[in-house]
Design a protein around this ligand. Structure first.
Ligand code: FE2
Ligand code: FE2
Ligand code: FE2
Length: 439
């Protein structure tokens, strides 16, 4: 069995976790790859340029702007929605309202939520500057323009061939769709080949990081938990059948840790892994996640990729290496037969074993597209079988069975809480729905 020493509190920044999440959201289709990152980079360029006209953003505002760019489409749950908002003249802006609702669930993202809320607001000769008594952040107009510049780019053609057409299209919207000062700033940027080559560079991360100051505040454990909690809602909403799964896994894993006597910070970090363990599911088409019948080989293979993408997404976040292993090894098995790494039992830490048990337990105890939730006796029977087959850790499984009522109550409370949060979000239109989808 792995170590039980409390891990050192990881040093993770809001920017780094946002960058990783942005990437995961944009992996859903090749047509969307890096859309939000490019919007973040164009926004940073616009902010720098417009400062020369006296519209100066503070360092904090620039940070928020870049993170808002990275996450501005977080409210579009399905691939269909994501593709529809890539049309230049899309009228769809429910995803902006929904995105702001998600982001407001984490305290650290409150100011970013406001920017995202209005990222489809047109300037309309300054009428767009306010929404009733509320003023629309200038940063929203930056993201608005950056977003439309990005969708005009044909990624299959040389960017410098497209400059004239993109300039004219944006110029035609000055004053009506876009803040005129920002259009002027863009026209100056558009003179420079380096601007265009930068925004289509395959190495966007480095370019975006250069636009951030080096001082990035490290998150406290509570802040990290709060952000993971918010992302879990987005992950779970990809399918109505998993709509509370991540909350259930986080609560079960945390409860197991507490019963094992792990210290509170350690348990909270395990909960972070629980909230994020299925982040790789963001790239699985909704139609497969919700399929009622048995899966075709190709579909099963697609589902199997999710833990790999959980690992690649989380392990890239500086400071997140350990948590990424706890989260991504939840389909590894003690007998070495799990996926995607086929790690032998000795390589699986206690925390990874806890997560694997929590994931299996919650999956059995909740409704799935192909079956109803199992009653307690059946759940216990299945968990015993998994332990006997060497799929999961015997001692931790025995603990779960021994403290079943207590742990199951914690799971139910957490899943009930997520249902309540989702209902209160009152998302517009794009609640998960069954629809043909492609990725
Ligand atoms: Fe967008
Ligand atoms: Fe999973
Ligand atoms: Fe899961």
């Amino acid at each position: 069995m792995g170590q039980l020493v409390p891990p050192t509190v990881p040093r993770i920044s809001k920017f780094d976790i946002s960058l990783a999440f942005s990437k995961a959201l944009d992996m859903v289709s090749p047509k969307i790859v890096d859309h939000q990152k490019r919007v973040a980079l164009i926004s940073a360029y616009l902010a720098e340029e417009v400062a020369l006209d006296g519209f100066v953003l503070s360092m904090r505002e620039r940070h928020d702007l870049i993170i808002a760019g990275l996450l501005h489409d977080i409210g579009a749950v399905s691939v269909v929605e994501r593709l529809s908002i890539l049309q230049y003249d899309t009228q769809e802006n429910d995803h902006a309202t929904n995105g702001a609702k998600f982001l407001r669930k984490a305290k650290m993202f409150t100011s970013i939520a406001k920017i995202v809320h209005y990222h489809h607001q047109s300037w309309r000769d300054s009428a767009g500057a306010s929404d009733g008594s509320l003023s629309v952040p200038f940063a929203s107009f930056i993201v608005r323009l950056a977003d439309r510049i990005e969708v005009l780019i044909d990624k299959s053609d040389l960017i410098l061939n497209q400059v004239g057409a993109i300039r004219s299209c944006i110029q035609a919207g000055a004053g009506r769709h876009y803040h005129p000062v920002l259009v002027d700033a863009f026209l100056r940027l558009a003179e420079r080949e380096a601007f265009w080559l930068d925004i289509v560079s395959p190495d966007l991360d480095a370019r975006i990081k250069r636009k951030m100051s080096t001082r990035r505040r490290v998150l406290t454990v509570d802040e990290l938990l709060d952000i993971a909690h918010m992302f879990a809602i987005v992950i779970d909403l990809r399918s109505e059948f998993t709509a509370t799964h991540s909350f259930g896994v986080a609560a079960t894993a945390g409860a197991l840790g507490r019963h094992m006597g792990l210290d509170e910070t350690h348990c909270r970090l395990i909960e972070v892994a629980g909230y994020l363990h299925d982040i790789g599911k963001l790239i699985i088409p909704q139609a497969i996640l919700e399929k009622k019948g048995s899966l075709e080989k190709d579909e099963y293979n697609k589902i199997k990729t999710h833990t790999y993408y959980t690992f690649s997404t989380l392990s890239e976040i500086p400071g997140m290496r350990e948590i990424s292993e706890w989260a991504a090894y939840h389909h590894e098995q003690i007998n070495g037969q799990g996926y995607p790494f086929h790690l032998p039992g000795e390589m699986l830490s206690t925390e990874s074993r806890i997560l694997a048990i929590a994931d299996k337990f919650v999956a059995l105890a909740e409704d799935r597209p192909y079956r109803k939730a199992m009653p307690e006796a059946e759940v216990i029977f299945e968990m015993r079988n998994f332990a006997n087959e060497g799929q999961i850790d015997k001692d931790i499984a025995a603990l779960l069975i021994d403290r079943f009522d207590d742990i199951d109550a914690a799971r139910k409370r957490a899943q009930g809480k997520e249902t309540k949060i989702i209902n209160m979000l009152d998302l517009k239109q794009n609640k998960p729905r069954k629809q043909p989808e492609f990725a």
